[in-house]
Write a protein that binds this ligand. Structure first.
Ligand code: DX5
Ligand code: ZN
Length: 218
C-alpha cells in the first residue's frame, strides 16, 4: 500500500486558491494538510479560520489540520465546526495533553500529536492509545521548504515499534522536507502519511509530482 500524500496548502498559491484546491481534489493526494501558525509557538503567522471556509466548501478529501499554536484547547470546537477531520496539536504546546486529545475526539475529530525534532517519541507512551496520528516534525516548524532532518528515520522506527507493541493503529505522519528522494525510505521505515509542500507546489506539474510520490511509496 502506498503512503497517503498530504499536500501542504501553506505552499499553495493563494491567489488561485480554488484552482489549487481543485488540483488536489483531482489528484492522487489522500489528504489536505493545513498548517495553522500563531507567531508565538512558531516564528511565523500563516492563516486561520478564513482559510478553513473555502476548504470546507470545496475540498473533497480529509482536512488534516496541524496547529502550531499555543494553548490549542481554546479552538478545538471551532476547528471541528470549521470542518477539520484530523486535528493535530503540538506536544510542546499542551500542558494537559490527555485532556486535549480526549476533547478533540469528543468533538468528533481524529486526534493527532506533533513532536518537534528535539522531542523524544518515548514521551508519548502514556497517551499513545489516544492518538489516531503522530506527526513527526522532520524540520523545525514554522516554514515550508526547509531541509529534512535525518534523525527522523530513527524516530519513525522507534515510534512504529511502540505502536506495534501496544497493539495500536496510530498513523505516523512525516512533516517537513519530504521529497522524491526520501519518500520511499520514509515509507519503508514506517511512515503512513507524507506531508509535502515545496516538493508539490514548487514543481512544474504538481498533479504529476503527487502521482510520482504515490507511485514511489508503493
Ligand atoms: C512546517 C509545516 C509543514 C510545511 C512543510 O512548519 O508544518 O507542513 O508546510 O513544507 P515542506 O514540505 O516544504 O517542507
Ligand atoms: Zn504541517
Amino acid at each position: 500500500m502506498s503512503a497517503i500524500i498530504a499536500p501542504s496548502i501553506l505552499s499553495a498559491n493563494f491567489g488561485k486558491l480554488y484552482e489549487e484546491i481543485e488540483m488536489i481534489n483531482n489528484s492522487e493526494a489522500g489528504w489536505f494538510h493545513v498548517d495553522v501558525m500563531d507567531g508565538v509557538f512558531v516564528p511565523n503567522i500563516s492563516f486561520g479560520f478564513p482559510l478553513m471556509k473555502p476548504l470546507k466548501e470545496k475540498a473533497v478529501k480529509t482536512l488534516d489540520v496541524h496547529l502550531m499554536i499555543v494553548d490549542p484547547d481554546r479552538y478545538i470546537k471551532t476547528f471541528a465546526e470549521a470542518g477539520a477531520h484530523v486535528l493535530t496539536v503540538h506536544y510542546e504546546a499542551c500542558t494537559h495533553l490527555h485532556r486535549t486529545l480526549s476533547e478533540i475526539k469528543n468533538q468528533g475529530m481524529k486526534a493527532g500529536v506533533a513532536l518537534n525534532p528535539h522531542t523524544p517519541v518515548s514521551l508519548l507512551r502514556d497517551v499513545l492509545p489516544l492518538c489516531d496520528l503522530v506527526c513527526l516534525m522532520s524540520v523545525n516548524p514554522g516554514f515550508g521548504g526547509q531541509k529534512f532532518i535525518e534523525n527522523t528515520y530513527n524516530k519513525i522506527i522507534e515510534l512504529k515499534a511502540m505502536i506495534l507493541e501496544l497493539g495500536l493503529n496510530t498513523l505516523i505522519e512525516i512533516d517537513g522536507g519530504v521529497a522524491l528522494n526520501n519518500a520511499l525510505l520514509l515509507t519503508k521505515a514506517g511512515a503512513d502519511v507524507l506531508v509535502a509542500g515545496n516538493t508539490v507546489f514548487g514543481s512544474e506539474n504538481p498533479t504529476k509530482t503527487i502521482a510520482e510520490l504515490v507511485e514511489l511509496t508503493k
